[in-house]
Design a protein around this ligand. Sequence first.
Ligand code: NAD
Length: 290
Amino acid sequence: MKIGFIGLGNMGGPMAANLAKAGHEVTGFDMADVNIEGVTMAASGAGAAKGADVVITMLPNGQILRAVADEVIPVMNAGAVLLDCSTVDVDSARAVAEKAEAAGLGALDAPVSGGVGGAAGGTLTFMVGGGEDAFAKAKPLFEVMGQKAVHCGPAGNGQAAKICNNMILGVTMIATCEAFALADKLGLDRQAMFDVVSTSSGYSWSMNAYCPAPGVGPQSPSDNDYKPGFAAELMLKDLRLAAQAAESADADTPLGTAARDLYAQFVESEDGNGKDFSAMLPRFEKRGRG
Ligand code: NAD
């Protein structure tokens, strides 16, 4: 396929490289001066999008996505697909899809989980919102860039799935970390705590697969001095998107809001920036109730 790829950062760069390696003809654009193996660079977003069967965007936020979409939609061929893989607010995803569809294009929002390692290894999971036809057209690309693509319904539903999942993740990580810190103060050994909880009703992905206590459970960022992994500031971004969506949908999400506030404090006023999101455990273990 002829692919335009806009936003070749930590995630987009390796995703574009994998598409080129799989034999697709990839033309890329990024505001920064980047070079990606196998990708021909264009001088603008419109230059990368012109004549493409699928235009993929992997950008920092919804505002930038809206601006890039306004630039590329007018130059895209009728029937081509605009495939946004960024994590953005649901409202921006739906607004961009509406504009693309009004111009005779297919549109998909397909945020990912799997991080930079998943992007490089081609093992991302895509959560996809948008029409059946567009999903079918993009499927071979999902297969190159990832190992799983779940069609979640109409436009915006991919973003909805992503932020609901990550809201659960943020809340369970905090709960797991505060429980470990409490267990410490009660004299309960961390390994014993893991052995019980990971096989009892308090288990979760945060405990079982990504245990925040170093040396306990499977290998995780806690065993590597809390180097990300999944950075606390990215968790904060997703929790803010969840809170924004909850506000716009009039949903009551008290724990999601509390998790957002705690990660904001951790990242912006404490030493959480640049650390894995599981570094909430050393944060709690140093604190008392005051
Ligand atoms: P990044 O900052 O490394 O990359 C974004 C790229 O977009 C940069 O290279 C930037 O120069 C470029 N860009 C910005 N504005 C542009 C414009 N107008 N035109 C062209 N290029 C432009 O970020 P990333 O880590 O690659 O993340 C990209 C998206 O993926 C984000 O929405 C993020 O939330 C999401 N995401 C990231 C991870 C992760 O682990 N990094 C995991 C899942 C989802």
